[in-house]
Write a protein that binds this ligand. Structure first.
Ligand code: F6P
Length: 334
C-alpha cells in the first residue's frame, strides 16, 4: 500500500502529532507500506511534490506547533472543478491508496470534492480526514478540532497578561480573537478568562448595555471580539468612548489583536493525544480497506464511528450556532 499525508489550510498545533502518528503507526504495523508527505499542502498535490517519510523523520514532533509538511492555501480549489479533477488524478497516478488529511473547513470540503470525483471515476485513492483548525469550524458534533484547545491555552495566557495592564491603568481592552466565522475560540477564551463580554460574529450589539456591564466592574475589564464581527476594533472603541463620555464612565479604551499568536507554539496535551489517537485509528481502518471518512474524537480511546465525508462537509450549523445552553452558561458566570 502507499499512503499520503497532507496538512491543509491554516497551520495549527497538533498537525505534527497527527503526521507522526500516521507515519509511526503505518511503519510499525506494516513496514512494507510507504508513507509520503505532501509538501506544502494542496499546492504540493498540484505540483506532485511528495517526500517519503520514515520513522526518524517524525521524531520529536509530538508537541511542536505548525506543520513540518508545510501548508499553502489554494482558494480556487473550492470552485475550480478542473483543478479538483487534476488533483484527484494526480493522487491516482502516483499510486496512493489513501490520503490522510488534517485541516479545517476548506480542507474537508476539498477532500469531499476530490473523493466524489475519485468514486465517480473509479480512481484508487480514498480520503481519511481529521479536523485540524484553531477555529473549531469543522463538523464537531462528536469532538472538537485538533488545535482548538492549544489555541485556547495561548488565548487564556494572553488575556491574563493584558489583565495586568488593564487593572493597573483602569482600562478596557478590546481583544480581537481569530476564529473566522466560528465564535468558539472567542467564546471559550472569554469564559475561561472571565472576560466581561464576548462579541459574537453576527451579534446586534447593544453598546449601551455593554457600557453598563463595564461600568459595574472595578478595574480589569476585557471584551473579546470575534474575528467575523463586521466592525473594526477602532469603530467599537470610538462607539464606546462616546457612550462612556456621555454617561460619565471613567475608563480608557485600548485595542489589541491576539490573531496569529493564538495559532502558534506548543501543542496542548489534549490535542497531542487527540491527534495521535485519530491518526492511529485511521491507519488501522485503512489497513482494513475502509471507505473515505471524517474522524473526530473527544479524547484518546473515544472512537466515534467515522462519518461519511459529505455529511461532515455539509455540517455548518455545529460551529455557526453555539447551543443556547452554552451561551446561558457563559452569561451566568459573568
Ligand atoms: O483558519 C485558521 C485561521 O487562523 C483563521 O482563524 C483566520 O481567519 C485565518 O486562519 C487566517 O489565515 P491566514 O494565515 O491565511 O492569514
Amino acid at each position: 500500500m502507499k499512503f499520503g499525508i497532507l496538512t491543509g489550510g491554516g497551520d495549527c498545533p497538533g498537525m505534527n502529532a497527527f503526521v507522526r502518528a500516521v507515519v509511526r503507526t503505518t511503519l510499525n504495523l506494516r513496514p512494507q507500506t510507504s508513507v509520503w508527505g505532501v509538501v506544502d499542502g494542496w499546492k504540493g498535490l498540484l505540483d506532485n511534490n511528495f517526500s517519503r517519510l520514515n520513522k526518524l523523520d517524525v521524531a520529536g514532533l509530538t508537541s511542536r506547533g505548525g506543520t513540518i509538511l508545510g501548508t499553502t492555501r489554494v482558494p480556487e480549489l473550492a470552485t475550480d472543478f478542473d483543478l479538483q479533477e487534476t488533483l484527484a488524478r494526480n493522487l491516482h497516478d502516483n499510486g496512493f491508496n489513501y490520503l490522510f488529511v488534517c485541516g479545517g473547513n476548506g480542507s474537508l470540503k476539498a477532500s469531499n470534492a476530490l473523493n466524489t470525483i475519485a468514486r465517480r471515476e473509479g480512481l484508487r485513492t480514498k480520503f481519511l480526514v481529521s479536523p485540524g483548525s484553531i477555529d473549531n469550524d469543522v463538523c464537531n458534533t462528536a469532538g472538537s478540532s485538533i488545535g482548538f484547545y492549544s489555541a485556547l491555552d495561548k488565548s487564556l495566557e494572553m488575556l491574563e497578561w493584558i489583565r495586568d495592564t488593564a487593572s493597573s491603568h483602569r482600562r478596557l481592552y478590546l481583544v480581537r480573537s481569530m476564529g473566522r466565522k466560528s465564535a468558539y475560540l472567542a467564546l471559550y477564551s472569554g469564559i475561561a478568562s472571565g472576560a466581561e463580554y464576548v462579541i459574537m460574529p453576527n451579534e446586534e450589539v447593544d453598546f449601551q448595555h455593554v457600557a453598563t456591564v463595564i461600568a459595574e466592574r472595578d478595574k480589569d475589564t476585557r471584551i473579546i471580539v470575534s474575528e467575523s464581527y463586521p466592525k473594526s476594533l477602532e469603530e467599537i472603541r470610538t462607539t464606546l468612548e462616546a457612550i462612556f463620555a456621555n454617561r460619565g464612565i471613567k475608563r480608557e479604551v485600548r485595542a489589541v489583536d491576539m490573531g496569529y499568536f493564538q495559532r502558534g507554539g506548543k501543542t496542548s496535551v489534549t490535542d497531542i493525544l487527540r491527534a495521535s489517537w485519530i491518526g492511529y485509528r485511521m491507519v488501522q481502518d485503512a489497513f482494513e480497506g475502509c471507505d473515505s471518512g471524517f474522524y473526530t474524537a473527544y479524547y484518546t480511546g473515544h472512537s466515534p464511528a467515522p462519518m461519511p465525508l459529505e455529511e461532515a462537509a455539509a455540517d455548518e450549523a455545529s460551529y455557526d450556532s453555539i447551543p443556547q445552553e452554552f451561551i446561558d452558561f457563559a452569561l451566568a458566570l459573568r
